[in-house]
Design a protein around this ligand. Structure first.
Ligand code: FES
Length: 162
């Protein structure tokens, strides 16, 4: 073999260099885009945080409406989110229900007279435990919050469908 066989030709050198530089530049452009697309998935844990709402002593077996708010980071956008919940005691258990009607999203109101939540929009009704009353528009119960009680304080987390 001659010495000339081991040398890289000018064409090969340019090809390797351009491929390397091109790959490096492509990775530099793609990384931020991939990071941006995945960001909500990477920060999904924030949604399951618990937030103080009230003291356990304030609760009775009659649902009461509470408003609570917390700061939320959505990718690079930070905002204050406000939630409402009807909270009551079912024996020793704390139950927290969403105030949002499961028909089309109006806000329900608890009426102590007939122990039901009433929706003002289309006459939807829910029992005290949030079960939808058949024959009215909502087809599923009110959503329910994750609840945590610690040192006599009630914390609410994510709201879930039932
Ligand atoms: S939005 Fe509540 S019944 Fe339609």
């Amino acid at each position: 073999m001659s010495e000339r066989d081991h040398k890289v030709s000018r064409r090969q050198f340019l090809s390797y260099t351009l491929t390397g530089v091109g790959g490096f530049m492509a990775a530099g452009m793609l990384m931020p885009m991939v990071r941006f697309a995945l960001d909500p998935a990477l920060t999904a844990g924030a949604e399951s945080e618990m937030h103080y709402v009230t003291d356990l002593d304030d609760l009775t077996d009659v649902p009461q409406r509470f408003t609570f708010s917390f700061d939320q980071q959505d990718s690079w956008y930070e905002s204050t989110v406000e939630h409402e919940a009807y909270i009551y005691l079912d024996g020793d258990e704390v139950v927290a229900l969403s105030t949002t009607c499961t028909h089309l999203g109006c806000t329900v109101t608890y009426e102590e007279d007939d122990s039901r939540y009433h929706c003002p929009c289309h006459g939807g009704l829910f029992e005290t435990d949030g079960q939808n009353v058949s024959g009215t528009p909502p087809l599923r119960p009110l959503d329910i919050f994750d609840v945590q009680v610690e040192d006599g304080q009630v914390y609410l987390g994510q709201v879930n469908q039932r």
